[in-house]
Ligand binder design. Structure first.
Ligand SMILES: Nc1ncnc2c1ncn2[C@@H]1O[C@H](COP(=O)(O)OP(=O)(O)OP(=O)(O)O)[C@@H](O)[C@H]1O
Length: 981
C-alpha cells in the first residue's frame, strides 16, 4: 500500500470583518428621542450622550457618556442593504464557490434592524437575498467548465431547541460535531436548489414558520436565531477523479437582546426573552474569550454553553471568513443597547479565524461511520418525534385526573432525561477540551521556561526576556482560569450524575409499581441509547480532534524541516530517527515543491522512539515531551470517559499498544481480562457486562476505556468477546452463546495469543496493507492479521520545540466503532419496535394502529426476555387477538418474537367480531406494503394458503397463526380484546 506524508493545506489566518449599521429612526421614534449616532469616514462611530443637558465642560471633565469606536466599516442611516452587501459579503461570495466557508451574522438589540439587514424587503433585499443572487450569477458563468450542486438548509434555535424551518412540523434536532464540516445538525433537511428564486421561496416558507412576536420594542420581533446555510459543491466537468470543492455560506439572523422593562413582556414571551439573552450572553462570552485569546494565547472559549455558540463556532474561530454586522438603533433611548453592542463588536475585531479550502479528500472509513451515525441520528430524532406525537395524542384525549397526572409526569420525565443526557455529554466534552487546552498550555509553559533560562544565561535582563516573562505569566493565568473552569465542570458533571441516578430511580420505582411498564422501559432504553449515541460521537470527535492535531503537528514538522533547509535525504534521516516512516523512502514531490495538500492520518506511521513510552489513553490527550524524549505530565487529575471517572494514574513506564481486550461480563472473564490487562496495558478494554461488580473491577484497571454493552449484544457476539487482540477470527451467532462462552473462558488455550504482539512493533507493521474492515459474513477480521492490530503512538520532539504526535488510523478503533454502531443499530430497532407497540396507556385510544402487544402488556401475559441471539424476544404466551370497532384486527402468534405490524391501513374489510369458540387468526408480514384483506377471520388452512401464495409472490409472511377465542377480555372504547388459545 502506498503511504505518504503530505504537508497539509495551509491555513490562512484572517480577522473577523466587523461592520456596524446604524438604522434610521422611525417618525414615531423621532418624536420621542433624538438621534445619538454619527458615522464618520465610513469607519468611525460616535455615540453622543443621550442627555442633552450636558455641556462642553462636562465633556472636557469627562462627565459625558460620549463614546467613539472604529470599525472595519460603518454604515449610517441612509445606507441601503445593497451598500452593506457590497462592502461586506460581496467579496466573500466568490470564495464560497471556490470551496471556502463564509459566515455572516447580524448582532444587536431587539428592533435594531437585524432582520431588515439579513432578509430585507422587496424594495431593499437583504444580505441573504443578495448573496444568493450573486452565487447563482457566478455559477452561471462557470457552468460550462464545472458542475455545481447547491443545497440549502434553514433552521432556527428557539429556547435552546433546534427546529428545521424547511419542515412543516419539525421535531427537535440534535447538534453533531463533524471533523470535516464542523458542527452540523443531524436530521436537518437539505434541499437541492438550482436558482436563487427557489431558495428565496424556501426562505419565505421558513420565515413564515419562524417564531416571531409583537413586543413593545418591535412589532415583528424574532424570538429565535435563524441560520440559513448554502452549501456549494463544485467539480470539474469531464474530469476523472477531479477534486471536489465544497464551500459553505452561513447567514445568521440572531434574535435581539432585550430588557424586560422595555418589552413589557410577560409569561412565555418573558421566558423567551430570558433564553434569548442567555444565548446571546454565551455568544458575548465567547467573543470575549476569543478576544482575550488573541492577546494571551490559549484561553478557553465556552462554546458549549449554548446551542447558538456551538453552531457559530466555525464562524467565530474555525474555518470561515466571517462578517459580523452589528446593528444599532440611533435613538437616544437605546443608548445602553447601542454601547453594549458596539463594545462586543469592538472586541470581535480581535477575533481571528483560519480559512482553508475544503478539498474533498475522503477518508472512506471515517466518512462511512459518520454517515452511519448520521443515519442513526436521523432515526433517533424520528423516534423522538414519534414519541412526542404519541404523547400529543394522549394529551389530546380528556383523561381522568389520575392518568392526566401520570401523563404530565411522563412528559416531564422524558424531557428531563433528554436534557440530562445532552448536558452530560456537553459537560464531558467541555472538560476534555479544557484539559486538552491546559496540556498545551503546560507544554507552552515548559517551552517558555526553557527559553527564559536560555536568555538568562546569555544576557541577564533584556527586553526579550521581559516579554517572555510576561507571556509566561499570561499562560499561567490561562492555566489557572482553565483549571478553575474545569473544577466547575466537574462539579456540574457530579450534579448531572446525581440527577441521572434520580431519574433512573424514578423509572425503576415506577416500573416496580407496575406503572406504564412498557413506556417506561422504552424511555429507559431511549435514554441509554441517546447517551451511547452521543458518547459515540464524542469519541469520534476526540479521535478526529487528534487527527487534526496530528495534521497540525505534521504541518509544523514540515515547515521546520523546510525552514532549516534540509534536503530530502536529511529529512528522511531525521524522520526515521524520530520513528516516522515515509513511503518508499521518497519524499513526495509536491512536498518538496511546497504545494500543500491535506494529509490523511493513515498516511503517517511511526514507531516508538527508544525511550518514549506512549500513554494508554493517548487518544484523549496530547503528551508533552521533554527534551530527552520522555513523556511528561501525563497524569491528569480527573478524567471522564463514557461517563466513568478514571482514577488518577501515571502510566508512563509500560509499553503501550493500541489494543482492544474484550471480556464478557462474568466475573471469571473479567478477572482474566484484568490479568492480561495488567501485563500488556491495553488502551481500550471493553466489557460486555452491565453488572456492577465487573464495572468495579474494570474501574480498578487503570487506563482503560469502559464501554458497557448490553448482554444481549454480547451474547450475539459471544465468540468475539473472548477475543483478545490478535486472536483468530471466530464465527458469530452461536446457538448457545452463554454456554460456549463459559467453555471458552475455562479453556485457557483458546484465550489470548498475546504473544503474537511484538514490542516494540516494527515498521513493517505499518506498511502492510490495512486489512479489510469486515469480512463477508459480517464478522471481524481483527484476528487474522493479528499484528496489524497494533497501532503505535509516538510522541517525539523535533527541532527544538515542535511536538510531533503521529498515529496511524487503525482497524482496532474502526472495528470498535463498527461494533458500537451495530449495537446502536440493534438498540434502535429494539426501540422502534417498542414504540410501535406503543405505551400501554395509548392502547385504548389508538389501539387499532397497534398490535396485540399492548394487551400483552396490560394483561401481563409476557415477560421480556433478552436472551435470544436473533434479537429481542418475548416469552411464549397466549395468543391474543384484538378487533377494533370498525373491524380492524391484529393478531400475534405467540411464538416468541416481537412483530413489526403493518399499519392499520393495510388491514381492511375484516369480518365481524368473533364470538367465543370461533377460530381466528392473523399473521405478520415483513413487507410493509403487503395487504391483508381476508373477508373473515382466517382458519388454519386459509392462513397456510395465504402464506404459500405470499411466498410465491415473494412477500415474506414471517408469522401466521390461529386459535380459538376462549374469552372476551374487555370492552374498551368500543374495541374488544380476545384471549385466544
Ligand atoms: N436600515 C433600515 N431602514 C429602514 N427601516 C429599518 C432599517 N432597519 C430596521 N428597520 C425597521 O425597524 C424595525 C425593526 O427592525 P428588525 O425587525 O429588522 O429588527 P431586529 O433587530 O431584527 O429585531 P428583533 O431582534 O426583535 O427581531 C422594522 O420595522 C424594520 O423595517
Amino acid at each position: 500500500m502506498v503511504r505518504s506524508i503530505r504537508p497539509p493545506e495551509s491555513k490562512q489566518a484572517t480577522t473577523l470583518l466587523v461592520a456596524v449599521r446604524c438604522r434610521p429612526l422611525t417618525p414615531r421614534e423621532q418624536a420621542r428621542s433624538r438621534d445619538i449616532l454619527r458615522v464618520v469616514d465610513d469607519k468611525v462611530v460616535f455615540v453622543l450622550d443621550p442627555d442633552v443637558s450636558k455641556d462642553y465642560l462636562d465633556r472636557v471633565q469627562n462627565r459625558s457618556k460620549e463614546k467613539q469606536y472604529v470599525f472595519d466599516v460603518a454604515f449610517g442611516p441612509e445606507s441601503t442593504n445593497k451598500d452593506v452587501y457590497e462592502k461586506t459579503v460581496s467579496a466573500m461570495v466568490g470564495g464560497v464557490i471556490q470551496g471556502l466557508n463564509a459566515t455572516v451574522f447580524a448582532y444587536g438589540a431587539t428592533g435594531s434592524g437585524k432582520t431588515h439587514t439579513m432578509a430585507g424587503t422587496e424594495d431593499d433585499p437583504g444580505l441573504m437575498v443578495l448573496s444568493l443572487q450573486k452565487i447563482f450569477t457566478l455559477i452561471a458563468k462557470e457552468e460550462s467548465k464545472h458542475e455545481f450542486e447547491v443545497t440549502c438548509s434553514y433552521l432556527e434555535v428557539y429556547n435552546e431547541v433546534i427546529y428545521d424551518l424547511l419542515e412543516k412540523s419539525s421535531g427537535h434536532l440534535e447538534l453533531r460535531e463533524d471533523p470535516d464540516q464542523g458542527v452540523t445538525v443531524a436530521g436537518l433537511k437539505r434541499i437541492q436548489v438550482n436558482s436563487a428564486e427557489k431558495i428565496l421561496e424556501l426562505l419565505k416558507q421558513g420565515n413564515s414558520r419562524r417564531k416571531t412576536e409583537s413586543t413593545n420594542a418591535n412589532a415583528t420581533s424574532s424570538r429565535s436565531h435563524a441560520v440559513l446555510e448554502i452549501i456549494i459543491k463544485r467539480k470539474q466537468r469531464n474530469h476523472y477523479r477531479s477534486q471536489v470543492l465544497h464551500g459553505k455560506l452561513a447567514l445568521v439572523d440572531l434574535a435581539g437582546s432585550e430588557r424586560a422593562s422595555e418589552t413589557n413582556n410577560a409569561g412565555q414571551k418573558l421566558r423567551d426573552g430570558a433564553n434569548i439573552n442567555k444565548s446571546l450572553l454565551a455568544l458575548a462570552n465567547c467573543i470575549n474569550a476569543l478576544g482575550k485569546q488573541q492577546k494571551k494565547g490559549l484561553a478557553y472559549v465556552p462554546y458549549r454553553n449554548s446551542k447558538l455558540t456551538r453552531l457559530l463556532k466555525d464562524g467565530l474561530s474555525g474555518n470561515s471568513r466571517t462578517v459580523m454586522v452589528a446593528n444599532v438603533s440611533s435613538g437616544g433611548d437605546q443608548y445602553h443597547h447601542t454601547t453594549n453592542t458596539l463594545k462586543y463588536a469592538d472586541r470581535a475585531k480581535e477575533i481571528k479565524t483560519h480559512i482553508q479550502k475544503n478539498v474533498g479528500t475522503v477518508d472512506a472509513h471515517v466518512a462511512d461511520y459518520q454517515r452511519m451515525i448520521d443515519n442513526l441520528q436521523v432515526e433517533v430524532s424520528q423516534l423522538r418525534r414519534e414519541l412526542a406525537e404519541k404523547e400529543t395524542i394522549l394529551n389530546s384525549r380528556t383523561p381522568d385526573k389520575t392518568s392526566n397526572d401520570e401523563l404530565s409526569w411522563l412528559d416531564a420525565l422524558s424531557h428531563d432525561i433528554n436534557e440530562n443526557v445532552e448536558e452530560r455529554v456537553n459537560l464531558q466534552k467541555a472538560l476534555f477540551e479544557l484539559e486538552d487546552m491546559n496540556t498545551r498550555n503546560r507544554a507552552e509553559l515548559q517551552r517558555l521556561d526553557e527559553l527564559i533560562a536560555e536568555q538568562q544565561s546569555y544576557d541577564g535582563e533584556s527586553k526579550n526576556l521581559n516579554e517572555l516573562v510576561e507571556h509566561r505569566q499570561a499562560v499561567l493565568d490561562n492555566i489557572r482560569d482553565n483549571d478553575e473552569a474545569s473544577t466547575h465542570y466537574q462539579e456540574d458533571i457530579e450534579l448531572n450524575e446525581a440527577q441521572r441516578k434520580e431519574l433512573q430511580q424514578q423509572i425503576d420505582d415506577a416500573i416496580s409499581h407496575n406503572r406504564n411498564q412498557t413506556y417506561l422501559r422504552i424511555l429507559s432504553q431511549y435514554r441509554l441509547l441517546g447517551m451511547t449515541n452521543m458518547e459515540l460521537q464524542f469519541q469520534m470527535a476526540i479521535r478526529d480532534q487528534i487527527i487534526q492535531d496530528q495534521r497540525e503537528a505534521l504541518d509544523n514538522m514540515w515547515h521546520s524541516l523546510e525552514s532549516v533547509g534540509l534536503n530530502d535525504k536529511q529529512i528522511l534521516e531525521v524522520a526515521s530517527q524520530q520513528g516516522i516512516f515515509i513511503e518508499g523512502g521518497i519524499i513526495p514531490s509536491h512536498m518538496s515543491a511546497g504545494s500543500h495538500l491535506p494529509v490523511s492520518p493513515t498516511d503517517v506511521s511511526c514507531n516508538m522512539p527508544k525511550k518514549a513510552s506512549g500513554p494508554s489513553l493517548s487518544n484523549l490527550q496530547q503528551i508533552p515531551v521533554s527534551s530527552d524524549g520522555e513523556a511528561a505530565g501525563a497524569s491528569l487529575s480527573k478524567r471522564y470517559v463514557n461517563g466513568y471517572e478514571l482514577k488518577e494514574t501515571s502510566y508512563l513506564d509500560t509499553p503501550c499498544f493500541d489494543g482492544t481486550l474484550h471480556g464478557f461480563g462474568e466475573k471469571e472473564g473479567i478477572l482474566r481480562v484484568k490479568e492480561v490487562a495488567k501485563s500488556v496495558t491495553p488502551r481500550i478494554l471493553q466489557t460486555f457486562s452491565e453488572e456492577p461488580y465487573s464495572q468495579a473491577i474494570l474501574n480498578s484497571c487503570n487506563n482503560v476505556k469502559l464501554s458497557p454493552v448490553s448482554s444481549r449484544f454480547s451474547n450475539q457476539h459471544s465468540n468475539e468477546n473472548k477475543t483478545v487482540i490478535g486472536a483468530s477470527k471466530s464465527s458469530v451467532g452461536s446457538e448457545h452463546p452463554k454456554e460456549s462462552l463459559h467453555s471458552d473462558f475455562s479453556n485457557k488455550k483458546e484465550w489470548t495469543p498475546i504473544k503474537k504482539i511484538r514490542w516494540p512493533p516494527s515498521a513493517e507493521h505499518h506498511i502492510q496493507e490495512r486489512p479489510q474492515e469486515s469480512s463477508d459474513d459480517g464478522t471481524d477480521c481483527m484476528g487474522d492479521k493479528s499484528e496489524m492490530n497494533v497501532t503505535t503512538h509516538c510522541s517525539c520532539k523535533l527541532s527544538g520545540n515542535h511536538i510531533i504526535k503521529a498515529k496511524s488510523r487503525h482497524p482496532v478503533e474502526n472495528n470498535l466503532l463498527q461494533k458500537e454502531l451495530l449495537r446502536l443499530d440493534i438498540e434502535l430497532q429494539d426501540l422502534k419496535r417498542g414504540l410501535e407497540r406503543s405505551p400501554p396507556t395509548q392502547a385504548y385510544s389508538v389501539g387499532r394502529t397497534y398490535s396485540a402487544f399492548t394487551h400483552y402488556t396490560t394483561q401481563n401475559c409476557f415477560t421480556p426476555l433478552r436472551s435470544n441471539s436473533e434479537g429481542p424476544s418475548m416469552h411464549r404466551s397466549n395468543h391474543i387477538l384484538r378487533s377494533s370497532s370498525n373491524g380492524h384486527a391484529l393478531c400475534d402468534h405467540g411464538t416468541g418474537y416481537v412483530h413489526h405490524f403493518p399499519s392499520v391501513s393495510t388491514f381492511t374489510n375484516l369480518a365481524p367480531k368473533p364470538d367465543v369458540g370461533d377460530t381466528v387468526g392473523g399473521y405478520h408480514m415483513a413487507a410493509p406494503k403487503a395487504l391483508l384483506s381476508p373477508s373473515k377471520f382466517l382458519n388454519e388452512q386459509a392462513l397456510l394458503n395465504l402464506k404459500q401464495t405470499s411466498l410465491a409472490e415473494r412477500v415474506h409472511v414471517t408469522h401466521a397463526n390461529y386459535g380459538t377465542v376462549t374469552q372476551q377480555t374487555g370492552q374498551c372504547d368500543g374495541d374488544c380484546c380476545y384471549l385466544v388459545r
